[in-house]
Ligand binder design. Structure first.
Ligand code: NAP
Length: 272
């Protein structure tokens, strides 16, 4: 994988970086690794910027992704090397990793490919949720530990961990599960007592309260995704005194990380 001759500028955002770009001969090309509401928000913002050419990349994990207002590509790159080749072939000027905090493999690939091609990289992610007064959390590292943390006594468990890793819960068949996902998840048949709810967030607090009351949920299992779109379930659990098994985030990539869309726009302006 060859290194680029093109010079790179400093990666630090300027204090008062401009929010729009004049039209150079070639519009700078940005690759956004998406699959999150952060990536969609950035795509919407960049759609209004005539001076850049952004591309939104999705893994193809959901069958009907929301339409993007910018150019979109779908499917894996073929590991870090494949992504590096793509960055070079498409002459990408900056890479924004706006994948989900649990998409650890893609983030590590992004870090490696950006390093190999000297492409400026920033991670755009949401800060994790922190427990508040009234929360009853058990924090675990993996989905297997989450299944174990449910205990031996039968209870009704609300599974909301997105791409679901249901096999872990097949080892705890004594519980009644209510599983929510965007598309029918693989492995749903491995749970003997499971009600599937197909829905896409964001979810309102009133709806989460109703669902948890109607289903008599006793424990909520969730990844610590962070952000506001799915936080209502945490608030609902707090209100109803429902225990939460919270799966901690994997180790984040060692790259500059921003949580605010305006800061990401400033970073983009600073590196282009
Ligand atoms: P992952 O385990 O880190 O990635 C698996 C593989 O999927 C990657 O190696 C890559 O394939 C491909 N991939 C992932 N994100 C991609 C993207 N944005 N564009 C192109 N290829 C991508 O990720 P995951 O946990 O399966 O998540 C897949 C997607 O769903 C991500 O885009 C993520 O943002 C989104 N998502 C994940 C979660 C979650 O809880 N994990 C929740 C919500 C949304 P190659 O190696 O072939 O390039």
């Amino acid at each position: 994988m060859g290194r680029r001759a093109r010079p790179r500028r400093a990666r630090r955002p300027r204090a008062n970086a401009p929010r729009s770009w004049s039209r150079p001969l070639k519009r700078p090309r940005l690759l956004i690794l998406g699959g999150t509401s952060e990536a969609s928000a950035l795509a919407r913002r960049l759609a209004d910027e005539a001076g850049v050419a952004p591309i939104l990349s999705l893994a193809g994990a959901t069958a009907n992704p929301a339409p993007a207002p910018i150019q979109q590509r779908i499917g894996g790159f073929g590991g870090a090397e494949g992504l590096a080749s793509y960055l070079e072939a498409e002459r990408i000027d900056a890479l924004i990793d706006a994948t989900h905090p649990f998409a650890a493999r893609m983030s590590m690939n992004a870090l490696a490919a950006a390093g190999a091609t000297q492409t400026p990289l920033v991670v755009f992610s949401r800060p994790p949720w922190a427990p508040q007064e009234g929360d009853r959390w058990i924090e675990v590292a993996t989905m297997d530990e989450a299944a174990e943390a449910l205990g031996s006594e039968r209870k009704t468990v609300f599974l909301t961990q997105g791409r679901m890793q249901l096999a872990a819960f097949a080892k705890a068949p004594q519980h009644r599960y209510v599983a929510r996902a965007i598309d029918p998840p693989a492995g749903i048949d491995t749970l003997p007592q499971c009600k599937l709810i197909l829905a896409r967030g964001p979810f309102a607090l009133a709806d989460e309260l109703k669902l948890m009351r109607d289903e008599r949920v006793e424990t909520l299992v969730t990844k610590n995704s962070g952000g506001s779109a799915t936080y209502a379930k945490i608030e609902a659990a707090r209100t109803l005194g429902v225990g939460v098994v919270m799966v901690r985030r994997p180790k984040p990539p060692e790259a500059e990380t921003l949580h605010d869309l305006d800061d990401v726009m400033s970073w983009i302006a600073s590196v282009l």
